[in-house]
Design a binder for this molecule. Structure first.
Ligand SMILES: Cc1ncc(COP(=O)(O)O)c(C=O)c1O
Length: 304
């Protein structure tokens, strides 16, 4: 689906018209992937529009920038305020939010230090990333022949634009193989994550998920789901998983800001039989929380 246009995008300190938010073709990041970004969602809640864990996302943006030695020319507070203002200006009740910090137009070549650091934030309405049906019926996934980037090549903890070429290779392989999503193994051969989601399995009532040493992006939805599960009294263990753990799991699901919480019903032709009770419980709780229907988690909702 084409990105639905809204009125304004924030670019380097100005609210500009959607069609005028442009960069030069010799922008450094376009050639070398030298950018860092975030994916965030705002939901309509009982108290008005609220951005889910906005401060945590902006903190992760600064961590990504630190890894790539990029000095963001705005404070986290400014980016938080701008995000809220932008949602208001565009009259959105719920939306996806895409902040991006990138090496701009200046010099060509691999030393980026003489290029400006440009910053933009865009917002637009974006429904279910893996399709409306994904929440109820789950998706079909394959284990990719492409491994997830390893920490000594490209730090997976950074959400950097160039790193997503790895995810794109895996996603294309999945799409051409008629699967909805790819699951990547890490450089050691253990389960890492989906092309844009973290992965969980449930076995005998316990939730398992790869730890931060399995080349994952430390997902904010992953952290959310771990906290919700523990609050519900469900044990969560972070540990190495092998592909047969996926095949033999009672339940498998993935989490991400774009995807939200989605069951996986098949992996490489191995069926994960319904009813997936723990996934259902976590999905239900997750959507209650983001819609502001659970007082206990109000701190995660940052009203615009
Ligand atoms: C590679 C990858 N893993 C995991 C995630 C999930 O992270 P989050 O829950 O913070 O959106 C994302 C999405 O940003 C991602 O791109």
């Amino acid at each position: 689906m084409p990105i639905p246009k809204v009125d304004k995008i924030w670019l380097n300190g100005n609210y500009v018209n959607w069609d005028e938010a442009k960069v030069h073709v010799l922008t450094h990041a376009l050639h070398y992937g030298s950018g860092v970004f975030e994916g965030i969602r705002a939901y309509e809640t009982l108290k008005g529009t609220a951005v889910f864990r906005l401060t945590d996302h902006i903190k992760r943006l600064f961590k990504s920038a630190k890894i790539y030695l990029m000095e963001i020319p705005y404070s986290p507070e400014v980016l938080i305020d701008v995000t809220k203002e932008l949602i208001k200006i565009n009259n959105l009740k719920s939306c996806y939010i895409r902040p991006i910090v990138f090496r701009g137009y200046g010099e060509m070549g691999l030393n980026p230090l003489n290029c400006p650091v440009d910053v933009a934030i865009a917002v637009w309405p974006w429904g279910a990333y893996l399709g409306e049906e994904s929440f109820k019926h789950g998706i079909r996934a394959m284990i990719s022949s492409f491994h997830r980037i390893d920490p000594n090549s490209l730090p997976p903890v950074a959400k950097a634009t160039g790193q997503y070429i790895n995810s794109i290779l895996a996603k294309l392989e999945a799409v051409y193989s008629e699967y909805e999503e790819a699951i990547l193994l890490d450089y050691r051969g253990f389960v890492s994550e989906g092309s844009g989601e973290n992965i969980f399995i449930v076995k005998d009532g316990v939730i398992y998920t790869p730890s931060t040493t399995s080349s994952i992006l430390e997902g904010i939805t992953r952290d959310t789901v771990i906290k919700i599960a523990r609050d519900l009294g469900i044990e969560v263990v972070e540990r190495d998983l092998v592909r047969s753990d996926l095949f033999l799991a009672d339940e498998v699901f993935c989490t991400g800001t774009a995807a939200e919480v989605v069951p996986i019903r098949e992996i490489d032709k191995r069926i994960i039989e319904e009813p997936w009770p723990i996934t259902r419980k976590l999905q239900e709780k997750f959507f209650q929380i983001v819609r502001g229907e659970d007082e206990k988690y109000q701190d995660w909702l940052e009203l615009v």
